[in-house]
Design a protein around this ligand. Structure first.
Ligand code: UDP
Ligand code: MG
Length: 319
């Protein structure tokens, strides 16, 4: 039988895990033609998440878990999981039941038809503010335009990946990751299915705007150098305008003399140029920062414990 791995990044999710496990169990029971592996990634939770997962693993051989040595963030949690899944296909799903597990059989159906990456596109985003919806839409529009890689809008990380896509993604060892951009980059046969995103079943979102903005910047800087090009254009444009203004000043002085006025316009030009220069420096800094981080070649994550539900007891080890 083919094995489907369900990959669940979890950070402080004690409130929803029981519900999640019931829904996953139902799913596995209803989908008898496949074996399942439930791989939980405990991302340094500070609550009882790990304890609860260990409880599942004791009674259910389908449950595996990775306990990361601290909180690394969902992006890193996902790659840690992808490095360890054993399935012929892998489904990435949030722990908070915002992604309905009931969609998975449909994904499997399309997978059997030959698609490699079946992603769930949100019909509605209940429980999210209009501001979050609006900013997310604009961001993906822009990212799409500057990267020239087709990016799936209104799509989270909830998707089924064929093993060959998983193997492709494993080769991406970027430290500042943006999974959505990677899923888009690797290509393969993609299929979209629509669903209504539910509000979180319990607990609280771990995202705040600072984290989202950082993720957004990572998405851009990891996939395109367009901002550098942009600062080149702005620099060229400003230089050209300044040169014309300079000509105008010289000619005016030759024909009409000088009256030493012009303090406001001078301030305006200086401040504007200062702003443009700082912005360009900031953009260059973003990329140097990325180079710095990647050249350190640190491991992406550290594992405190890996429990593989299916391996016989003697093979288990702490790593
Ligand atoms: N998550 C994680 N590490 C983190 C933050 C979140 O593994 O540092 C997990 C979290 O447990 C959940 C998923 O990522 O399963 C999505 O997080 P959340 O629901 O907070 O994000 P939202 O749905 O609001 O975008
Ligand atoms: Mg959520």
């Amino acid at each position: 039988m083919k094995l489907i791995s369900i990959l669940i990044p979890a950070y402080n999710e004690e409130a929803v895990l029981d519900q999640l496990m019931v829904r996953l169990g139902n799913l596995a029971n209803d989908t008898k033609d496949y074996d399942f592996e439930f791989l939980f990634i405990n991302d340094g939770s500070k609550d009882r998440t790990l304890e609860i997962i260990k409880g599942f693993a004791e009674t259910d051989p389908r449950v595996s878990y990775i306990n990361l040595s601290r909180n690394f963030g969902k992006e890193i949690g996902m790659i840690a999981g992808l490095d360890h899944v054993q399935g012929d296909a892998t489904v990435i799903i949030d722990a908070d039941l915002q992604d309905p597990p009931e969609l998975i059989p449909q994904m499997i159906k399309f997978w059997e038809e030959g698609y490699d990456d079946i992603y769930a596109k949100r019909n509605s985003r209940d429980g999210e503010s209009w501001f979050k919806k609006f900013t997310s839409k604009q961001y993906y529009k822009t990212l799409q335009r500057v990267t020239h890689v087709p990016i799936q809008e209104d799509t989270g990380d909830f998707r089924l990946l064929d093993r060959r896509v998983v193997e492709a993604i494993r080769q991406f060892r970027d430290t500042q990751r943006n999974a959505k951009a990677i899923f888009s980059w690797v290509g393969f046969h993609k299929k979209e299915i629509l669903y209504d995103r539910d509000p979180r079943a319990a607990g609280e979102t771990k995202w705040n705007y600072i984290k989202l903005i950082n993720l957004a910047i990572d998405g851009i800087t990891s996939f395109t150098t367009a901002p550098l090009r942009l600062s080149t254009y702005v620099g060229a444009l400003v230089s050209a305008a300044t040169f014309l203004y300079l000509l105008y000043l010289v000619i005016r002085t030759i024909f009409f003399g000088t009256d030493l006025a012009g303090y406001p316009s001078m301030m305006a030009v200086i401040l504007f140029l200062g702003g443009v220069q700082l912005l360009s420096l900031g953009i260059i800094g973003e990329y140097i920062g990325r180079i710095f981080n990647e050249t350190k070649q640190r491991p992406l994550y550290l594992i405190e414990e890996y429990h593989n539900g299916k391996t016989p007891k003697k093979a288990r080890r702490k790593s």
